[in-house]
Every structure is written in structure tokens, then in C-alpha cells.
Design a protein around this ligand. Structure first.
Ligand SMILES: [Zn+2]
Length: 512
């Protein structure tokens, strides 16, 4: 473990510079119809022979260009058989035709990962036994376990590691204003769903979600895992006034589905772009790309159909119909947010964090106006204005005209009230953004600056097992605080900053 941790800081520094923009959803924004598809029908681990099929709906009359990833390049039709001599590694097969190409990963062995330690407050565990989870809102939840035969080429440990990395990223988005189970962790449980899809049971302690029985079998449902975790985060937020349950019912989706899509897909973006930092091999990153790209395509297509149908704004899902009438609205919001976040100057995570900052002001007053149980005109207009104000705050740009053109009903008074509350209503946001800890990674000292003045500020340093190394009261919060790390082993440490025993922020610091 220490060997890996020693190189962790190096990867962090190097990787951030070289491939910050390595993975992006932007190429899919303009993507036209995909004609070319391929799929692996058989992989023989003994002989090394693979059988690959596929199709091109354009039915070209010149053969396809096949690159098997082992130096073999041929022209040929579907299907193709190919034999690999070296079965100690995996191969990306690419097929091209007339400006389009498709690729797939041939797996002879499980994709590798380095189990870099992750903070023990954002772990995700796949259920190994059945139990009853207590509920904070609705009925208790009976879990179902996943058995060894439910896993394919990626085993339980690998799934848990990647899912925990996702949860770690999502927790960072919230500035730790999410509800913490027993005041200290947001560890989540994945159990087997009774149905074929996934769903969030955010209200259990600890928070949990379910996925279908084949979620881990062949292609792991990475995007679904990230999406359901996005529900868990955004519905258990803010810590003092969980939004979930206060907006449930037929009007929930404009907030809950928009947020789950944004959190889920942005997590994919950040995870793939920091794959090395989380110990993920190129093969694993390849599999993640495929799943998250497909997730983004669904969102994009939802946006496209909303525009094609002349933007029929609805925020109320009529319970008497099978379809969810709000689908196009939340997909449009999620699509545009992700696209703008990638196209704008700051990092994607910066915009997501501001979005969460906005919703951290959710209170009884917002809940009443959200009007979750009736299809009222006021409720409809508030829900629409709430999302537009949140986006406007996030991107520091008044987006009212943009969304009016997409038929979103916007109440100017509500918009201004919301913006006022969030930008001037509290010093809280300023405090969040002003605290900084540097340098990171460090080899000797860290400095904490921007601590809130006039209150008792406590600083703790814990290692990844949760053991407290240092606990101190900042004598003069107005002055930068210096903490000696020279006696600590190389690894990740969590700096906790508390104001009158209330968690203000956590930072992860790497000691080299
Ligand atoms: Zn969902």
C-alpha cells in the first residue's frame, strides 16, 4: 500500500497537467446518428480466439477497416474471428467505415486497479447479507444480497473501490453539507433490486440504493451506480433540512432527476479524468468511458426531443398516465448544465459545487413554494424559477431569457428573492470559499487560511482509518494556521474544520 501511496502525489501533479481534458462529453453534443455498432460474441481464454460481430445500418459496399489492437490491421466484413497470441493483457478492437468508428474491449483478464486508500466516510459496500435498514423518513428497507455468481470479470472489491471513488467525488461537490450518518460518514450500501432497474433509498441509515441483479455481471452499470448515488447525495442535502421527502411525489423530478443526472455524469467526468489518481488502469477507464458516454447520450437525446417537440414545459408528472411528462425538462436542464460546465472557464466541479451551494439554502419557505402535492400554477412557476435561479447562480449569469425561450415559466420576483437569499442572505458561502489549505501535496507543513473570525474554530487531522492525529482550537482564526506534518507517514489525511462543533469543511491532504 505504501508503495502506491508514495507515487500518489506524483500522479496527482503530473496527471492534472497532462490530461485534465482527457475525457469530455462535448464530442457527443454534436454527434449525429450512430450507424456502426460492434459487440463481442465470444472470447476463448484458452485458445485466444475471439468472435466479433456488429452492423452498419448504412450497409456500405466497401469492407471495414479492422484494428485488433495487437498490431493486426485488416479489411473485412462482419463477423470476424481473430486469435490473440498474448492472453496476458486486454485489447481494444476498433472498426472504421466511412468516417465512423466503433470500438470494444476484449477482456482476457480482469482490468487492474490499485486499491489506493479512500476516506472512510465515503465508502460504498455491496451487500453480502440480508438485513433491515432503519429509515429516517419512510418504511424500513429490507435489503437483498449479491452473491459471488452475480459478479463477472470485475469482482466485488473492484466494484466497491470504483464506487467509493465516485462517492468521494460527490461528497467533495457538496462541501460536506450533506447529512452524515452518526455525524461522521456517508458510507452507502448497494443491494439487489427486486426489479430490473436501479432506485435510491436515500432515507435509510446508512443511505442505500438498489440495482438490478445483472448490474455487475458483464458490463458494470457504472453510470447507474453514479446516478443513484447522486440521488442519495442530493436528497440528503442540506444536512439540516434534507430536500428528499420535502419535494417527493409528482413534482419531484425537476429537482431530483436533474440533480441525479448532473451529479452522476459529472462524477463520471471527474473520475475518468483522475483515473490514475484513483488507481484505475486504462482498461477500467475505457469501460467507464463507454458507460458514461451512453449515459450522456440518453440525456442529450432527451434534450433533443424536448427541442423537437417545441419545448413543452411540464413540472408535474401526471400520476394517471404511464409516461413521465417531465422527462424532457429535466433532461434539458441536465444536458445544458453539463455542456456549459465543460465549456466554461472553471473546472466542472466548481460549477457543481456552486449548484450545491445554492440548494444548501433550501428551507421550509422554499418547500412551501415548491408545492409538491398539487399541480398549481404557482408551484409550477416556482419549481421552474428555482432551477433557473440555481443555474444562474452557478454560472454567474442571468439565464432567465434563455429558459423563457424554452418555455420555462419564470417569476421575476421569486427569482430575485432566491438570488438575494443565496448571495447576500448569509456569510456562509463566503466562509466556505475563503478557507484554503496549502500546499497539497505537502512534505512538511500545511497552512490553513481564511478561517471564520469571531467564533471558536476547531481543526482536526485524521488518517484514513479515522484515527485522530491532531485536534486543536485555532487561537487566532484571523491569522493563517500552520500545522506540522513532518512526523506523519506518507498517505492521505483528512483535515476537518469545525465551527462551534459544527462541521464547516473537510479537506484531503496528501503527505508525500
Ligand atoms: Zn433517477
Amino acid at each position: 500500500m505504501n508503495r502506491y501511496l508514495a507515487s500518489f502525489g506524483f500522479f496527482l501533479a503530473l496527471f492534472a497537467k497532462i490530461s485534465a481534458q482527457d475525457f469530455s462529453y462535448l464530442p457527443l453534443v454534436q454527434e449525429g446518428t450512430v450507424h456502426l455498432t460492434l459487440f463481442v460474441e465470444k472470447v476463448d481464454n484458452q485458445s485466444g480466439q475471439v468472435h466479433i460481430n456488429g452492423s452498419d445500418t448504412r450497409q456500405p459496399n466497401v469492407p471495414f477497416l479492422w484494428n485488433f489492437g495487437d498490431g493486426t490491421v485488416i479489411l473485412g466484413w462482419f463477423p470476424q474471428d481473430h486469435t490473440y497470441n498474448d492472453k496476458s493483457r486486454n485489447y481494444v478492437v476498433t472498426v472504421s467505415s466511412d468516417g465512423e468508428s466503433a470500438s470494444t474491449l476484449i477482456l482476457f483478464r480482469a482490468p487492474e486497479y490499485v486499491p489506493v486508500e479512500l476516506p472512510n466516510r465515503s465508502l460504498v459496500m455491496v451487500e453480502t447479507k440480508e438485513r433491515t435498514l432503519i429509515s429516517r423518513w419512510y418504511d424500513p428497507v429490507e435489503t437483498r444480497r449479491f452473491n459471488p455468481e452475480d459478479f463477472g470479470v470485475l469482482n466485488r472489491e473492484c466494484v466497491q473501490h470504483v464506487a467509493s471513488a465516485m462517492a468521494n467525488i460527490q461528497l467533495e461537490y457538496t462541501n460536506n453539507k450533506v447529512w452524515f450518518c452518526d455525524n461522521q460518514s456517508f458510507n452507502q450500501i448497494i443491494y439487489k433490486a427486486g426489479t430490473s432497474g436501479g432506485y435510491s433509498t436515500w432515507y435509510t441509515s446508512p443511505p442505500s440504493f438498489a440495482v438490478g441483479s445483472d448490474a455487475f455481471r458483464n458490463q458494470v452499470w457504472w453510470n447507474t451506480l453514479s446516478h443513484e448515488m447522486g440521488h442519495n447525495i442530493s436528497l440528503n442535502f442540506p444536512s439540516a433540512y434534507h430536500i428528499g421527502g420535502r419535494i417527493d411525489g409528482s413534482a419531484n423530478a425537476i429537482y431530483s432527476e436533474t440533480m441525479a443526472q448532473i451529479l452522476g455524469l459529472c462524477t463520471g467526468y471527474d473520475l475518468i479524468n483522475q483515473a490514475k489518481q484513483f488507481g484505475l488502469s486504462d482498461d477500467l477507464a475505457y469501460l467507464l468511458r463507454g458507460e458514461f458516454n451512453n449515459g450522456f447520450r440518453i440525456v442529450r437525446d432527451g434534450y433533443r426531443s424536448y427541442i423537437q417537440n417545441l419545448a413543452p414545459f411540464v413540472s408535474w408528472n401526471d400520476p394517471s398516465t404511464l409516461a413521465d411528462e417531465t422527462f424532457g425538462v429535466f433532461m434539458t436542464l441536465a444536458f445544458e448544465f453539463i455542456k456549459w460546465a465543460e465549456q466554461s472557464d472553471e473546472k466542472v466541479s466548481w460549477y457543481v459545487t456552486r449548484l450545491m451551494d445554492f440548494f444548501s439554502y433550501f428551507d421550509k419557505n422554499w418547500e412551501d413554494q415548491y408545492d409538491r402535492s398539487s399541480n398549481s400554477q404557482e408551484g409550477n412557476s416556482f419549481r421552474s424559477t428555482l432551477m433557473v435561479a440555481a443555474f444562474s447562480f452557478s454560472f454567474k449569469e442571468d439565464l432567465r431569457d434563455h429558459y423563457r425561450a424554452l418555455n420555462f415559466p419564470i417569476d421575476d420576483k421569486v427569482y430575485l428573492d432566491l438570488m438575494n437569499q443565496v448571495t447576500t442572505g448569509s456569510e456562509g458561502l463566503k466562509v466556505w470559499s475563503e478557507i484554503s489549505v496549502y500546499p497539497n501535496p505537502t512534505s512538511d507543513f500545511i497552512t490553513i487560511s481564511g478561517l471564520p473570525r469571531g467564533t471558536e474554530v476547531k481543526v482536526t487531522i485524521r488518517d484514513l482509518t479515522g484515527r485522530e492525529m491532531i485536534s486543536m482550537i485555532a487561537a487566532e482564526p484571523s491569522k493563517p494556521l500552520s500545522i506540522d506534518f513532518t512526523g506523519f507517514k506518507a498517505g492521505i489525511y483528512v483535515v476537518g474544520i469545525y465551527e462551534s462543533e459544527r462541521i464547516l469543511r473537510f479537506f484531503q491532504i496528501i503527505k508525500e
